[in-house]
Design a protein around this ligand. Sequence first.
Ligand code: SF4
Length: 462
Amino acid sequence: MSNLNVINKNRTAVINPLVTCQPLGAMFAVSGIKRGLPLVHGSQGCSTFVRYGFARHFREPADIAVTSLHEDAAVFGGRKNLISGIGNLAARFKPDVMGVVTTCSSEIIGDDVGGFIKMAKDEIVKKMGVTAAEKIKIVQINTPSFVEQHYKGYDNAIKAIVDTLAEPKDEQNEKINIVPGIVNPGDIREIKHLLSLMKTEGIMLTDTSDPFDSPLRPSKAEKNPYYQKGGTPLEEIKDSANSLGTISLCSYANTGAQSLERKYKIPSKVGGTPIGVQNTDEFVRTVKKFTGNEVSDDLLDERGLLIDAMADLSSRYLFGRKVAIYGDPALTAGLARFVTELGMIPSVVCVGVKNPEFVKEMEKVAKESEDDVDVLLGQDLRALDVYIKENPVDIMIGNSDGRLMAKDHKIPLYRVGYPVYDRVGTARRPIVGYNGGLNLIDGITNTILDKYYEVQDWKLQQ
Ligand code: SF4
């Protein structure tokens, strides 16, 4: 049996980090609500960098507002900015949901965000009338950025959204809540596709697929800031309190699911991101357990196609190849499991978080692996760079931030995760589900073939 070695060095400086701050996750979550607007209560940079990052990765504009705190707010507080910001957005955009996302500065100066939101609501009532004002729901999302990272911000946002908006009814619906995690539009569409093959309706908490990948359909008639079909409607979020169950596909963002379970007795299941055969099987089994719906023949065919591709390609091109994987914990844990299913060795997995759940997931992977697995816990790309110099690998899998390292070490890089800015189409192509598995196996194999097609490059066969 192979071992898991956890390398958890204390660092005095972070070089090329693998994580970013909490508000990003919250902005992402709110963007997945139909007619939803994130309002960042902080300095301009707190929203600009995220907006820029989303635009670069998704190739779509992201509507994110900011209260633009300056030096005076640090002394006198951000009340004026937040109240006028909420009022302006309400009047100009008429959102269904506004997510007020705090930052380092608004948390440190101790702004009473809840109190300011109440005052802002009174202002909206005065300006727009009671009926119009009541239509706009405001969710307070605390994301103190000096602790934890963007995953926690996403988790806090999903919890705040369901805590504020979910409304129980006497009757249960026949739906399943899904917390998809920080994934691409292609992934969310693939999850919906899996659900449709299971004849199951899902409530995405939240659905960022259309907001970050919407059709361009110019219309003379409207000047609407929102893409009409995009995001989870408010009514569905309300109805999440009446569902058959909640599946959180991100082990690090489960407090929303737990809250629904605690308050409304909606059973929850936290599973790994459905990357590869075993994780997708687990997802399908959970849907079946919650709904009682049978696994369709079409779904079994999709699974069969993936197994067929694995049989065709893994022993021929992939078996025994050493892989370095880096990025977000949910993604890397899923990828490590899938490459192990392919007979490859996830020699090193590098994440920026120090999460015990992640170590548990990697222990499972190590048990299934042909060789030892090293985990760089709470580290950065610099740590991975140093590691790879001493322990070369055949392929790297991760985001675009590793491109220069891959070039230096002359190791091919297969790009997945966030952010990917030096390739196109990544956000549209799913890597979850059986179809996503096919995309991954094709992509990984082609990346291997790019570098090692010639006979002299097949070290394993010599
Ligand atoms: S770390 Fe704090 S100040 Fe910097 S962008 Fe994030 S929230 Fe803003």
